[in-house]
Design a protein. Structure first.
Length: 252
């Protein structure tokens, strides 16, 4: 079967770990040149090495998605190395689990700057390249928390709700230009982020499994499969949607 992303270049933010790493790996297996835009150089480099060792093309660019100059550098390095950018996955994200009274202004800014402003900056600086070629795919990673809320996660849920609105709005603006903007809302996925929460809290994974109709928590590859669809030509008629991949969690 023909690889689904042959001759494509994809930037995946936060691709050193968890969901982003699985997306980068899957896209590379489908023929894409992959840019790993990651704030942590150790995990970013190891993701680059893993993909190259498997015989694919990858480039690590140390990037803090909340900082304009880093994002501009990320795009410049992508163009220098691979000549274009066809796909952007806004996956980098952080979780600050605090009650409203414990949530300092700095906590709020950090979450919103990474999860929402980061996506804006990455789109802002890549979209011109997509416009020139009259084609592009933008996949934003939201969360089921945007839809149903999560306990002591107000900043995170607000940022992920913002991602859904950004997706709807830019989906409409950019569709006439041949650029699809869509989002994925993962349920509970087995990654370092969730494992961190699980170490703080009381049967988090056990409760998650019980509340998920599918009876398991998800794997990063489950989200990578959805991202592949939204990044491929098969999703050309899908505009401004958020695709919840959650084992049925929010449907109950
Ligand atoms: N795991 C879940 O259950 C779950 C559920 C819903 C949504 N999500 C979302 O999926 C995305 C990936 O999460 P994950 O579970 O793989 O977590 P993770 O912590 O394993 O991965 C997040 C990655 O983003 C990177 N990152 C953080 N801040 C960054 C910044 N400013 N610039 C660049 N990179 C940065 C981290 O270093 C890390 O490599 C996040 O947006 C998260 O909110 C995860």
């Amino acid at each position: 079967m023909k690889p689904k992303l042959e001759n494509k270049t994809a930037i995946v933010t936060g691709a050193g770990s968890g969901i982003g790493r699985a997306i980068a790996r899957r896209f590379a297996e489908e023929g894409a040149c992959v840019v790993i835009a990651e704030i942590k150089s150790d995990t970013g480099k190891s993701a680059e090495e893993e993909i190259r060792k498997a015989g694919h093309k990858a480039l690590f660019v140390e990037t803090d998605v909340s900082v304009s100059k880093d994002v501009i550098n990320m795009v410049e390095k992508t163009i220098q190395e691979f000549g274009k950018v066809d796909i952007l996955v806004n996956n980098a994200g952080i979780l600050v689990k605090k009650s409203i009274l414990d949530m300092a202004e700095e906590d709020w800014d950090r979450v919103l700057d990474t999860n929402l402003k980061g996506a804006f900056l990455c789109i802002r600086h890549t979209v011109g390249h997509m416009m020139k070629q009259k084609k592009g795919k933008i996949v934003n990673i939201s969360s089921m928390g945007a839809k149903i809320g999560l306990h002591n996660d107000c900043g995170y849920c607000a940022s992920k709700g913002g991602i859904i609105s950004l997706t709807t709005s830019l989906g409409i603006d950019l569709a006439p230009l041949g650029i699809n903007v869509n989002a994925i809302g993962p349920g509970i996925i087995d990654t370092p982020m969730v494992n961190d929460v699980a170490t703080q809290g009381k049967d988090f994974i056990k409760n998650g499994i019980e509340k998920t109709p599918r009876g398991v928590i998800g794997k990063p590859d489950d989200i990578a499969a959805a991202a592949l669809f939204l990044a491929s030509d098969e999703s050309d008629f899908v505009v401004g949607q958020t695709f919840f991949v959650d084992g049925g969690f929010i449907s109950v």
